[in-house]
Every structure is written in structure tokens, then in C-alpha cells.
Design a binder for this molecule. Structure first.
Ligand SMILES: Nc1ncnc2c1ncn2[C@@H]1O[C@H](COP(=O)(O)OP(=O)(O)OP(=O)(O)O)[C@@H](O)[C@H]1O
Ligand SMILES: [Mg+2]
Length: 583
């Protein structure tokens, strides 16, 4: 009942889904409900007291009652105040607890979604859902439950009393009320529409922010601050335009209600005075019923704002649930087995793959034995990084299979698969954390001596020691900045410490100075020892030592062999070699 009257079936389901998150806190909510009885009861009792007040005290002049009145006023106010406190504090706590759960669940769910989801959605929009939208949902749980509970009970108590005092007059009063609710319903719909759209735009605003701050170097270098500022101002304006539309409706809701109610009150007053004249009720009863109706006014008004809040919250919840309803594309098969530490056999068998429609890999096959280095060469966009993504199971191939030690990777648990893999990516991503924790990232329980050993092998120990706090130095947004080569060596140290039997290197293309280059090269040499390595090579030195070089073109292997053989064939490889490596 109550505001649910104004919700469509679909909205009701969304709301019930929000409310489910409150279930674990039902006892806190129950306590709050009990307290709200105190609030509603006090209001009904005040209306009830009007009758003896008018009939005995004013009409009959029985002054003995007068002494009691101050005590009653203070007593009722105290009971109502205390009840309201207990109720309000508890329901908000419950609401916030539920919100915390939702936020954790949404993040936990999102981070487990497959790569395709992340390439298709902007991080700004995701952040806006987890932060802003969940916040808006909080209103549905806390504010709404507070108001819904208390005000509905108050109205029920007052209604009950009014009918008890004089049902005819009460009936008359309640014909006017639904009339006041319907215009509010139409407005609620508009509010919801615009608030959903404004949240979408807020996602764009977040996106511009996020992009500007992470791409600040490019912005500065191209001196496009003004352009970014305009872009931001435009999104910001878009948000304002939409949010103002919601204000138009939400600001009108209360006045419209007020006017409708005044019509109702006028009608009731007219009818009531007639009833008194006909001696069907006493003056005390007339005022008492009027008091009940007037006391109903503000709860009723709050209930309509509840409707608006619910509409907004449902809009936000739909966006949040949209994320939650995304199913991970890549999941462990029900009968998936754990891969024991891999020996290092990797086979691609006739792999065919497309992200969407366009075929990226046609018929890709390769076999790598333990300890071998397989170098992937090919022009940009040939599908090299894609292959590494497939081995990581970021995506599954449409045809063919990938085997590790003879097991199809689709039959392995992802956890055990990834335990055998280490990736050093093109983008050297480091977390806002200490150097030590960044190296330890793939093996959080590794003790310091291992961290240091890995850093030493990665030729990183020396520069780390020169940092202000050594291994405990914070890096990233909140700490020191590192050079490109230093970042790469940290990523290599991370992979060394992980000590996985299969290694994937997507070599950074960024040119390093000769000294740094030499150190990265030696670090890579240490890393590749005794591991099966797939390397997307941009450095000649890496390729020259490869056991197999695969030359990719348009999704197919066009040449294979060792460096010298391929050069002599004077095909694509020798052309790429001339373009990329020779001075
Ligand atoms: N997530 C994606 N969704 C759709 N298409 C993609 C995606 N990632 C890459 N592609 C496309 O797949 C093709 C192969 O991309 P890939 O990243 O594997 O190239 P690459 O060989 O690693 O190139 P580079 O040497 O420039 O790193 C490209 O045409 C690219 O546009
Ligand atoms: Mg690539």
C-alpha cells in the first residue's frame, strides 16, 4: 500500500530487490518500527485529546482538566521525541549497512566480470554507478523506510481515530485525499525519467574528469586545457539542465498537494459545521476530527516526497542492477580441474578468434616446449596482444583450443591457470602502494628477502635503495615518480617473484636510453630463464635468441623459423626487420 500504489510492476520488483538488502538488518528495522509506533501513537493521542479539551474545558468549563494539560503536552512531546530518535537512528544505520553491502557486492561482482565488459564500458560510468547511484539508492532504504514506516502508521492511526469519532465525516475527508495523490504520481514519473538521464550525464562528467586527470600529460603537451575545460563545462551544463527539470517537478509536487488538500479541508469543514448544527456530533468531535485531518497533512506531504525519492532511487537502482546482472562471460566449467604447477608445454591448435565480427586470428597453431622462447612479430594490429589475451583466457576462441601440458585451458580453474602464468604487459601498471607491495603483488605473502632477491634479479634493487624510503617508498599518485625503465624493471621483478612457469611479455615499445635498455634487457634475460616464454618483441636482442619466431599477418602465421633463417628468406620478416630494427 501507500506509495506502492504509484509504482509499476517492474518498479515494484526493483524496489523489492533493493529492500532485500535490508533483510539481514531486520532486527534493527524491527526496533525502529516499534519506536515508530510511539511517534504515530502520540499524534493520534493528540487528536483524541482535542475532544475533551473542547467539550469539557471550553464548552462545559470544567477547569480541573486544565492543570493536567501542561504535563500532557510535555509528556507527549518527550515520548514522541524519544521514539523518533530511536526510530530514525536505527533505520538510517540499517540503511547504511545495506548500502555498504550493495557497494561491496557491486564492486566484487564488477571486478570479476570478463575483459569484454571492461573494454565496452567507461570507467567513469562504472565509478559513477558504484559511488553516486548507490548513494541515491541509500535514500530508498534509509529515508524512505523512515518516512514510509512512520508516516504510514501515523496516517493509519489518525484515520482510524477519525472513523471511530464520526465515520461519515471521515469518509467525506478521505474522498479528497486520493485526488491529491494522483497529480503527484504523474510528477513522480517525470522526476524519475530526468533523474535517470541526469545520472547518465553524471557518468559522462566523471568520465571527463577521470580522462583529464589520467591523461594530464597529453593535455599539457598539446595545450588543450581550454578544450577540456569546455568539454567539462558542457557535460556539467547538461547535468544542470536535466537536474533542473527534476527540480521543476519536485518543487511543484508539494504546492499542488497543498492546494488539493485545502480543497479537501474546505469541503470537510463545511460538511462538519452542518453536522454540528444538526447535532450529529459535538463541537469537540468536530475539532478533534479536524485536528486528525490536519495532523495527517504533513505525513501525507512527506509520503509524496517519498514517492519522488523512491522514483529516483529506482532509477539509480536500475543502473546498479544492470551492472549486477551482467554475467561473467568466462566462467570455470562445472567440472573444471586445478592445473598443478605447469611443466611449461603450451599449444595453440587451429585457433580462430574474433572480438566481434571481424576475424582477428584465422587458423593459428603453435607448440612451445618447456623453456622455449616464442617470439611473435608482425605489424601493429596483427593480433599479437590478442594471442596473449587468449592464453590468459580474457576471451575464449570461437574455434580451436589452447592447451597447457595437454589440458584444454577451458577445462581448468581460472585460478590455477593464472597461477602458472605471469604477464608483463605493454602498459607498466603500478598500484598506488609501496615499492615492496608492488613487487609482491602476485604473491602477497612473500617475505622481504624474496622481494629483494626478485628486485636484484630485475636490476631494480640499486635504484630502489636510492629512493628516500627504499622499498617502503610510496609510488604512483601519492608518492614518487619513476622513469619508464624503472617502472618496467619493477614489473619484471613482480613477474620474477611470481615465479610462474609460463611467461608472457608484451614488450613496451617506448624507447629507453641505452643504459636503461641494457638493464631492462638483462632483467628480462633473468626472468625468461627456465620458463616458457611468449614474447611480443620490439627489441632485436630478444628476437635473436628466440627458439621460434612467428610472423603474423592478417591473423595468420605467414613465416616461422629462427632469426637467421627468416632473414635469408627475405619475406615479411626481413621487411619488418629492415623497418624496425636495423639502424
Ligand atoms: N577489445 C577489443 N575489441 C575489439 N577489437 C579489438 C580489441 N582489442 C583489439 N582489437 C582489434 O584486434 C586487432 C588486433 O589487436 P592486437 O592488440 O592483438 O594487435 P597487436 O598485434 O598487439 O598490435 P600492436 O603491435 O600495435 O600492439 C586490431 O585490429 C584491434 O583493433
Ligand atoms: Mg599489442
Amino acid at each position: 500500500m501507500g506509495p506502492f500504489v504509484l509504482l509499476t510492476e517492474k518498479q515494484k520488483n526493483v524496489y523489492l530487490r533493493i529492500v532485500k538488502y535490508a533483510a539481514p538488518y531486520k532486527w534493527i528495522i524491527a526496533l525502529s518500527m516499534i519506536a515508530s509506533l510511539g511517534v504515530s501513537g502520540s499524534d493520534a493521542f493528540i487528536a483524541y485529546l482535542v475532544k475533551p479539551f473542547v467539550d469539557e474545558l471550553i464548552v462545559a468549563g470544567n477547569l480541573s482538566l486544565a492543570k493536567l494539560i501542561p504535563f500532557m503536552v510535555v509528556g507527549l512531546a518527550t515520548i514522541k521525541g524519544l521514539s523518533r530518535y530511536v526510530q530514525s537512528y536505527n533505520i538510517r544505520t540499517a540503511g547504511q549497512l545495506a548500502i555498504q553491502d550493495i557497494r561491496n557486492e557491486v564492486f566484487g561482482h564488477t571486478i570479476k566480470l570478463s575483459m569484454r565488459f571492461f573494454t565496452n564500458s567507461s570507467s567513469g560510468s562504472l565509478m559513477s554507478r558504484i559511488l553516486n547511484d548507490v548513494n541515491v539508492m541509500q535514500a530508498a532504504l534509509a529515508d524512505v523506510l523512515v518516512t514510509l514506516l512512520r508516516e504510514t502508521l501515523t496516517i493509519l492511526a489518525l484515520t482510524g481515530y477519525a472513523f471511530y469519532a464520526d465515520w461519515k465525516m471521515a469518509l467525506m475527508a478521505f474522498v479528497a485525499i486520493p485526488a491529491a495523490v494522483w497529480p503527484a504520481a504523474a510528477m513522480g514519473k517525470k522526476i524519475k525519467k530526468f533523474s535517470r538521464r541526469s545520472q547518465d550525464v553524471m557518468g559522462n562528467v566523471t568520465s571527463v574528469l577521470e580522462q583529464s586527470f589520467s591523461g594530464i600529460k597529453v593535455i599539457k603537451a598539446f595545450a588543450t586545457e581550454d578544450q577540456e575545460q569546455q568539454k567539462f563545462a558542457q557535460e556539467n551544463l547538461g547535468f544542470f539542465t536535466l537536474i533542473r527539470k527534476t527540480f521543476r517537478y519536485s518543487a511543484a509536487t508539494a504546492p499542488v498537494m497543498e492546494i488539493m488538500t485545502s480543497l479537501g479541508v474546505a469541503a470537510v469543514l463545511w460538511y462538519g459545521l452542518n453536522r454540528v448544527a444538526a447535532e450529529a456530533i459535538t463541537k469537540g468531535e468536530l475539532f478533534s476530527i479536524l485536528a486528525a485531518i490536519l495532523l495527517m497533512y504533513s505525513p501525507l506531504k512527506r509520503l509524496t516526497t517519498v514517492n519522488n525519492t523512491i522514483q529516483k532511487a529506482i532509477g539509480a537502482a536500475e543502473r546498479v542492477f544492470e551492472v549486477l546482472d551482467n554475467q561473467a562471460e568466462i566462467v570455470d566449467a562445472p567440472d573444471a580441474v586445478d592445473l598443478p604447477r605447469s611443466q611449461g608445454y603450451v599449444t595453440f591448435e587451429n585457433v580462430r578468434f574474433a572480438y566481434d565480427d571481424e576475424l582477428i586470428l584465422r587458423n593459428f597453431s603453435v607448440q612451445a616446449k618447456p623453456g622455449e622462447v616464442v617470439a611473435l612479430v608482425g605489424s601493429s594490429g596483427a593480433g599479437k596482444s590478442t594471442l596473449i589475451g587468449l592464453l590468459n583466457r580474457f576471451y575464449d576462441p570461437q574455434q580451436g583450443k589452447i592447451l597447457i601440458d595437454g589440458h584444454d585451458i577451458r577445462g581448468l580453474t581460472q585460478k590455477s591457470l593464472h597461477a602458472s602464468l605471469a604477464l608483463v604487459d605493454q602498459e607498466t601498471f603500478l598500484f598506488n602502494d609501496t615499492i615492496a607491495n608492488n613487487i609482491r603483488y602476485g604473491k602477497p605473502d612473500a617475505d622481504f628477502s624474496l622481494v629483494k632477491a626478485a628486485a636484484t634479479q630485475a636490476y631494480a634493487d640499486e635504484f630502489i635503495q636510492q629512493l628516500p624510503e627504499g622499498y617502503e617508498t610510496q609510488i604512483g599518485d601519492r608518492g614518487v615518480r619513476l622513469s619508464g625503465g624503472q617502472r618496467q624493471r619493477l614489473c619484471i621483478a613482480r613477474a620474477i617473484l611470481r615465479d610462474a612457469p609460463i611467461l608472457m611479455l608484451d614488450e613496451a615499445t617506448s624507447a629507453l636510453d641505452t643504459e636503461s635498455e641494457a638493464m631492462v634487457q638483462q632483467a628480462l634475460g633473468n626472468l625468461m630463464q627456465n620458463r616458457t616464454t611468449f614474447v611480443i618483441a620490439h627489441r632485436l636482442s630478444t628476437i635473436m635468441h628466440a627458439d621460434q619466431i612467428l610472423v603474423l599477418d592478417k591473423g595468420e602465421i605467414v613465416e616461422t623459423g629462427k632469426h637467421q633463417e627468416l632473414l635469408e628468406r627475405s619475406g615479411l620478416y626481413s621487411r619488418l626487420y629492415d623497418a624496425q630494427f636495423s639502424e
